[in-house]
Design a protein. Structure first.
Length: 249
C-alpha cells in the first residue's frame, strides 16, 4: 500500500500494489483527467514531483522520452513504487455520479448505414443511468475484454441509452452487433466513465468537432446544452463520408 498526494489540491489517497494511480483514484472517488485508460491517448498525463513510479506499458506518442525525462507520466498506467507526490487536476463535476455495473436489454437495432448501427438499450425498471453529457460506458464481454461507446442521448432523455456503433471488420463485438445481435438480447456494462463533458465554469465559446460515430457524445452534449438553456456560443463541425457542414448558434 502506498500513499499518493495530489498537488495543488493536497488531496491524498491509497494505492494497492497492483493498481495504477488512476484506478486507485477513481475507486476512492477522485476523478482525474483520463480518456482511453490504456496508455495511448495521453489525457491522463501529469507530473511526478516526488517518489518513483513503474511507468507501465504505454505508447511512445502518448509519452515521448523527452516528456518522461521532465517528470511526466501517464497515470492510467503508472504504479507507485512507494509514497509519491504528483501534479494532477481533479475534476469535481463527475465525482458524485456513481459508476455502476448494470445489465441491459437491447431494445432496438436501427441501421443508419452499411457500417453504422444505432443501439437503444433498456435498463431494469428501477434503474436509470445518471451521467454527464459526453461520457461513455464499457460493455463487459464474456472473455473479460471491454468495448467502449459514448452515450448519444442527453442525460434527461434517460428512458433508453442510445449508442452509435460503427462496424470494424474483424472486430469481435461489432461483428456480433451487425451479424448476430437481436432485440431483447441481454448485455452488461459499466458506466458512466470519462471526463469529456462541458466545463460550465468557463464563459468561453465552445468549438465541437466530430466525425462518423464520434458524433454521439457531441450530440448528447449539444442536446443537453439546449435543454438547459446554456447561452455560450457553440460551433459544431460534423464530418462524414458523404457530407461535412458547420452549424453555429
Amino acid at each position: 500500500m502506498h500513499r499518493v498526494t495530489l498537488q495543488p489540491s493536497g488531496l491524498q489517497f491509497e494505492v494497492e500494489d497492483s493498481e495504477s494511480v488512476l484506478v486507485a483514484a477513481l475507486r476512492q472517488g477522485y476523478v482525474l483527467p483520463y480518456g482511453c485508460k490504456n496508455g495511448a491517448c495521453g489525457s491522463c498525463k501529469g507530473k511526478l514531483l516526488e517518489g518513483t513510479l513503474d511507468y507501465g506499458v504505454y505508447q511512445k506518442k502518448a509519452l515521448p522520452d523527452e516528456e518522461k525525462a521532465q517528470g511526466k507520466a501517464l497515470f492510467c498506467q503508472a504504479k507507485p513504487l512507494g509514497d509519491v507526490v504528483i501534479e494532477a487536476r481533479t475534476i469535481g463535476a463527475a465525482k458524485d455520479i456513481p459508476v455502476k455495473t448494470l445489465p441491459c436489454r437491447v431494445q432496438t437495432l436501427r441501421r443508419l448505414a452499411e457500417d453504422v448501427m444505432v443501439l437503444q438499450l433498456k435498463l431494469p425498471a428501477n434503474e436509470r443511468l445518471q451521467f454527464l453529457a459526453g461520457q461513455y460506458l464499457e460493455f463487459l464481454l464474456k472473455d473479460g475484454s471491454r468495448r467502449s461507446f459514448s452515450m448519444g442521448n442527453a442525460p434527461h432523455a434517460d428512458e433508453l441509452v442510445e449508442l452509435h456503433v460503427r462496424r470494424v471488420i474483424g472486430g469481435q463485438f461489432t461483428d456480433h452487433v451487425f451479424g448476430k445481435m437481436k432485440e431483447r438480447d441481454i448485455l452488461r456494462f459499466e458506466g458512466p466513465l470519462g471526463v469529456f463533458f462541458l466545463r460550465e465554469e468557463s464563459p468561453k465559446p465552445v468549438v465541437l468537432v466530430a466525425s462518423g460515430t464520434g458524433f454521439a457524445p457531441i450530440k448528447s452534449l449539444v442536446e443537453d446544452a439546449l435543454r438547459r438553456g446554456i447561452e455560450r456560443p457553440m460551433t459544431l463541425t460534423a464530418g462524414a463520408s458523404f457530407a461535412c457542414r458547420s452549424i453555429s448558434r
